[in-house]
Design a protein around this ligand. Structure first.
Ligand SMILES: C[S@@+](CC[C@H](N)C(=O)[O-])C[C@H]1O[C@@H](n2cnc3c(N)ncnc32)[C@H](O)[C@@H]1O
Length: 324
């Protein structure tokens, strides 16, 4: 059996040893023990001129001892993970060096990073404006979703084309999507398939007699459906019935508006719901801990004959009282 190592393995070791044959390079490796640092920062830490430090880092990178990462015009370096040379006794030596003088200089560099940030924010009076350009409300709410415990069973009542399924899937381990229209269900099924949502059951059913056992879901959710319900209170009572004690009912719908044309063009039965009216329906349906919030508003001036009233969307939630 040929026990010789392939030549390229030996070449790699030679490359490493060649790269290590310089005191500044050893200091650079020690400086990088805990942090990723830029060429400029490393030059300050090892007290050497930047072009020379740059060349040393390129040699270390070629030998596979450090990894470079570009951000804009700045190149940052970090130690290679799982590099055998850096793990053994030589690595211990580097860590000892990092606890001394070099480490203090690294700390100084990091303190400067921190204080740059601190003085920027101390003076950033228009931060909310800057932030708002990127951090939309949608981004804010999406960032909250991971905080919600997953694993809920949620009924999406009047799922339509399944527009809410990707959102519900963030909190629901199991979703039951219900709709009266076979065509809407077909399209919702196709959407779920495209999005790779496996745990969705599709059921044909009516708001007035939902096809689920009492107390069988953790939450009943419904978006833009209540204004189609012949009897909204009956629909809410049904949603309450299928939710287990302690669970939630959430309805998203339009605030009252004067756009009569929606009756003909989109089969709307109700022209939205006023705040008190919606809260009262929830109360009559036996839902407690009721919370109402307007979450979006669009200008409707150019829509046919509805006057200037904007379309506003509300979210109303309530709880099914937990069993005593
Ligand atoms: C405007 S779509 C909303 C769809 C979806 N929730 C969304 O957010 O995109 C209203 C849906 O309610 C369904 N719907 C209307 N009346 C219903 C009823 N009585 N029972 C069950 N679903 C109904 C319609 O078929 C339609 O899919």
């Amino acid at each position: 059996m040929n026990r010789c190592r392939p030549l390229f393995v030996l070449d790699r070791w030679l490359e490493r040893f060649r790269a290590l044959g310089d005191a500044t390079r050893v200091e650079l490796l020690a400086a990088l023990q805990g942090d990723e640092l830029s060429v400029g920062e490393l030059a300050e830490v090892v007290e050497a001129a930047q072009p020379g430090v740059s060349r040393h880092l390129q040699a270390l990178s070629k030998a596979g001892l450090v990894v470079a990462r570009r951000q804009g015009t700045t190149t940052y370096y970090r130690l290679s993970a799982d590099e055998p040379v850096l793990a053994g006794p030589f690595g211990d030596e580097l860590r000892t060096m990092a606890r001394g003088r070099l480490g203090q200089r690294v700390e100084r560099v990091l303190t400067r990073r921190r204080s740059r940030s601190e003085s920027f924010f101390d003076a950033a009076e228009d931060w909310d404006t800057l932030r708002g350009e990127l951090f939309t409300d949608a981004a804010g709410y999406s960032s909250l979703l991971p905080l919600v415990r997953r694993g809920l069973t949620v009924a999406d009542v009047g799922t339509g084309t399944g527009g809410m399924l990707p959102f519900l899937a963030q909190v629901g381990a199991r979703i039951v999507a219900i709709d009266l229209s076979a065509e809407m269900l077909r399209r919702a099924r196709a959407k779920a398939r495209t999005l790779g949502l496996d745990d969705v059951t599709f059921l044909r059913g009516d708001l007035g007699a939902l096809p689920l056992e009492s107390g069988s879901v953790d939450a009943a959710f419904s978006a833009l459906v209540l204004h189609h319900a012949p009897r909204p209170l009956e629909a809410l009572r049904e949603m309450r019935r299928i939710v287990r004690p302690g669970g939630a009912v959430v309805v998203v719908d339009l605030m009252s508006h004067g756009h009569d044309w929606l009756r003909d063009e989109q089969a709307d039965v109700w022209l939205g719901f006023g705040r008190d009216e919606a809260l009262d329906l929830f109360a009559q349906a036996g839902l407690t801990d009721r919370r109402h919030q307007i979450v979006s508003r669009v200008d409707a001036r150019d829509r046919k004959g509805g006057g200037a009233a904007p379309f506003e969307l509300f979210v109303l939630s309530g709880r099914v009282e937990a069993a005593a």
